[in-house]
Design a protein around this ligand. Structure first.
Ligand SMILES: O=c1ccn([C@@H]2O[C@H](COP(=O)(O)OP(=O)(O)O[C@H]3O[C@H](CO)[C@@H](O)[C@H](O)[C@H]3O)[C@@H](O)[C@H]2O)c(=O)[nH]1
Ligand SMILES: [Mn+2]
Length: 754
């Protein structure tokens, strides 16, 4: 009681609040209800009009020709799937919420008395994840607005690369200038590359001496960048530089990426008196780790890397908050860590929060977002809907965890974390060498044998979306999670810039997600009774991506073939049965357009998004479905294809000009172009046949739905035709793929459908 009176009502104000995100909830629910009724009508129509049975005369015009029964059954199954899937997607539109923080209250109540925070940056390959990119991310988080003695940054290098280590060594020196510079000039964002790209000259408001300081730091950054790039060009670090730090001696000639001892170097140690910036202020701790790799031990990709970091950091700094970011995701808001604390440290509602996830955003998205990397609908609608059911998805990067929960702690009602834990005084006295020695063993290959790491502790192994499955498990242990999407984006990353990369990324994701569905972690069974039904459904929207490929392929191929042959598959326009089809198709399309526009997409972006969804369903999801089945049968192992963060200039140029990048003979491209060619042929052929030579308007009335479907498919594929027939650049569809697709499309036309 006493403390309450002293601090007054201030103490009772929450550190964060939650508001309903969606207006017109009732209206939306009525609308969704009407769609549901019409979906049921479509099912009824299909089920009662199977060709060859008595009652079919109501809808389809039989005089034109009757489809084979499998065609009809295929449509029925596809429509049942789409309908059920649509029901799933309602979960994330049912209960959307938005979160707001009060950092001023946090500051008033706790001042600088904040918990320790350990930040993990993962990298895996110095060629596709250039060291300059990595250190920009590192510098951006080292410069967080946070007490430096409470901040430690760890980098996991699965590439085991001397070049990455060298870049980090350079960054550790540059940070002495960069951190005070950020404070002095209130720099934002605090990735030097991103900042200097936005602000190339000293801000006009600066005075003379300041201009000089500003320019010096910019020059220092550029010199550093040039030195690193020179070393990369050379492929090695010069002997001169190697003398400057003992760490380089770890790289003996025998070392390869897949075979080396643990390399652990504390580059800056916060408690070391000499670790100060140019203003004399303490620097955050900075640690480089390349965990041990041996060919006979599986290393479990990123999950293995994070788990090693969890152990190593517990020995060195043991921060209570753990933030993990990918090497390409720089911090775009230096106060984000304080935002996250507003959730964890809220006295009334913070105790059950396991993690705070910020959205994935990218700084290389082009104007009309050709590959649909803007994620606006996902970030502003879908994730807020999941949050409404008590669980944001953990999406791997930009996620703040409570160390205890990611290390496996179960939730109990009475648990309250105390936020001012000090590091064990005996541990605190150790020298850097002692610390390195003690923590190194924690990253050895054999350390995890016979432990719960990778299972009940840390990130889970064996799934290409280690993040999602781990987040789900945490929620099923009773914890809550938060999705935090403020106005200013917290993190910005690098999105794939070629179609190939974009589709392969979705293949990895959808494969992992589908694996979750088929495993004991299936949200419906594993989550039953532990998380809300809405959240179970929400997870399954993503987990069930792959099976969508089959009804999509069916719908994009068979009705078009039937259109070519003048066989109607949908009710004619004058039939009452036409209405449910028109209503469901029309209103869901319009609503998706409305939703996209309302979160800031343009019509072109929405259209591009749909094209990419078609591509993903035709390729990524199909391949991941097949691979998952093969894996399930025990014939293959989990892999992780890393997304390249650099491409050559010519490809980049085409990306910036928003030209779809094909340029290789991937089977994925063959499928995309086959479907595109097939629809073009059937559209033109069907039009000639049924309108010009056929029965005129009456026939057309029966075929209108297929005409629209086929026509839209052709429209969406316009850039594919360009790449097939008109483009001459290296990103066009190769001749071989074109011939293959024409051949396959012709074969498809021979399928007997009536
Ligand atoms: O063996 C590996 C493989 C990858 N990584 C790192 O994992 C991160 C993500 O890899 P990336 O190729 O960029 O994949 P994305 O598809 O962009 O990543 C998304 O999807 C992954 C799961 O598939 C999550 O782990 C990521 O956090 C999430 O951003 C990168 O920092 C990599 O360096 C490792 O540390 N070790
Ligand atoms: Mn990435």
């Amino acid at each position: 009681m006493g403390s309450r009176e002293i601090s007054g009502s201030e103490h009772e104000l929450p550190l964060f609040e939650t508001k309903e995100a969606k207006l017109g909830k009732l209206g939306y629910r009525l609308f969704a209800g009407s769609i549901f009724v019409n979906i049921c009508l479509i099912w009824v129509y299909r089920a009662t009009h199977i060709p060859g049975t008595s009652s079919s005369s109501l809808g389809v015009d039989e005089e034109l020709g009757v489809p084979k029964r499998w065609v009809w059954i295929g449509l029925l199954l596809s429509e049942v799937w789409f309908g059920l899937y649509w029901i799933l997607t309602q979960s994330i539109r049912w209960n959307n919420i938005k979160r707001y923080t009060f950092k001023d209250r946090l500051a008033l109540r706790y001042g600088e008395n904040l918990p320790g925070a350990d930040i993990f940056v993962c990298t895996a390959d110095p060629t596709i994840e250039p060291p300059t990119l990595v250190i920009n991310t590192v510098l951006s988080v080292m410069a967080y607005d946070y007490p430096p003695d409470k901040l430690s940054v760890y980098i996991s290098d699965d590439g085991g690369s001397e070049l990455t280590f060298y870049a980090l060594y350079e960054a550790s020196i540059f940070s002495r200038h960069w951190i005070p510079f950020c404070k002095e000039f209130k720099v934002e964002p605090r990735s030097p590359a991103a900042y200097f790209a936005q602000v190339s000259d000293p801000p006009p408001s600066l005075k003379n001496q300041c201009i000089k300081d500003w320019l010096t730091t910019k020059r220092l950054y550029e010199y550093m960048k040039n030195r690193i790039e020179a070393a990369i060009k050379l492929g090695k670090v010069s002997e001169e530089i190697k003398k400057q730090h003992k760490g380089f001696s770890e790289w003996t000639p025998e070392i390869t990426k897949r075979d080396h001892q643990t390399i652990l170097q504390i580059l800056i140690h916060g408690r070391d008196a000499s670790s100060v910036d140019t203003d004399g202020n303490q620097l955050p701790t900075l640690v480089y780790l390349a965990r041990e790799k041996r060919s006979q031990h599986s290393h479990n990709f990123k999950a293995g890397a994070i788990n090693s970091l969890l152990r190593v950091s517990s020995e060195i700094s043991n921060g209570q908050i753990v933030l993990s970011v990918d090497c390409d995701m720089y911090s775009n808001d230096s106060k984000a860590l304080r935002d996250a604390l507003c959730f964890f440290m809220d006295e009334k509602k913070g105790y059950d929060i396991a993690f705070v996830q910020c959205p994935q955003n990218f700084n290389n998205v082009t104007k009309s977002d050709l590959y649909a990397n803007g994620f606006r609908v996902i970030n502003n609608v879908e994730m807020t809907g999941l949050d409404g059911f008590g669980g944001s998805i953990y999406s791997g990067t930009g996620c703040f965890h409570r160390r205890e929960t990611i290390c496996g702690r179960k939730f109990t009602e009475d648990y309250r974390e105390s936020w001012n834990q000090e590091i064990d005084p005996i541990k605190a006295k150790r020298s850097i060498t002692e610390l390195e020695k003690a923590s190194k063993v924690l990253a050895d290959c054999t350390y995890e044998e016979n432990t719960q790491w990778g299972n009940e502790m840390g990130l889970k192994y064996g799934c290409p979306v280690e993040d999602v499955i781990t987040g789900l498990a945490i929620q099923c242990r009773g914890w809550n999670s938060i999705y935090f999407n403020p106005e200013r984006k917290c993190f910005l990353g690098v999105a794939p810039v070629t179609l190939d990369q974009a589709l392969i990324q979705y293949k990895r994701w959808s494969e992992g997600l589908f694996q979750i569905f088929l495993s004991k972690y299936c949200p419906f069974t594993y989550g039953y009774g532990k998380i809300k039904l809405g959240l179970q459904m929400g997870y399954c929207i993503y987990c069930l991506w792959p099976p969508n490929s089959f009804p999509t392929i069916f719908y994009l191929v068979v009705p078009s073939l039937c259109f070519l042959n003048g066989i109607p598959l949908f009710p004619k326009m004058s039939s009452l049965w036409f209405l449910p089809f028109a209503y469901v198709f029309g209103s869901t399309s319009l609503y998706s357009l409305y939703e996209a526009l309302s979160v800031g997409d343009t019509i072109t972006e929405w259209w591009n998004l749909h094209r990419i969804w078609v591509f993903r369903r035709l390729t990524s999801f199909l391949f991941s479905f097949v691979d998952t089945v093969i894996r399930q049968l025990g014939f293959s192992q989990t892999t992780f294809v890393i997304t390249p963060k650099v491409v050559d200039d010519e490809v980049l140029k085409r990306y910036e000009n928003e030209m779809l990048e094909f340029g290789n003979t991937s089977p994925m491209f063959a499928i995309i172009s086959t479907v595109a060619v097939l629809n073009l042929v059937t559209l033109l052929g069907g039009l000639i046949k049924s309108v010009i030579f056929g029965g005129g308007i009456g026939v057309f009335e029966s075929l209108i739905s297929q005409f629209i479907l086929c026509g839209l498919t052709v429209l969406v594929n316009v850039p594919v035709y360009e790449a097939l027939f008109f483009r001459k650049d290296n990103g066009a569809i190769p001749f071989f793929v074109m011939v293959t697709s024409i051949f396959l499309a012709s074969l498809a036309c021979l399928i007997p459908i009536s």
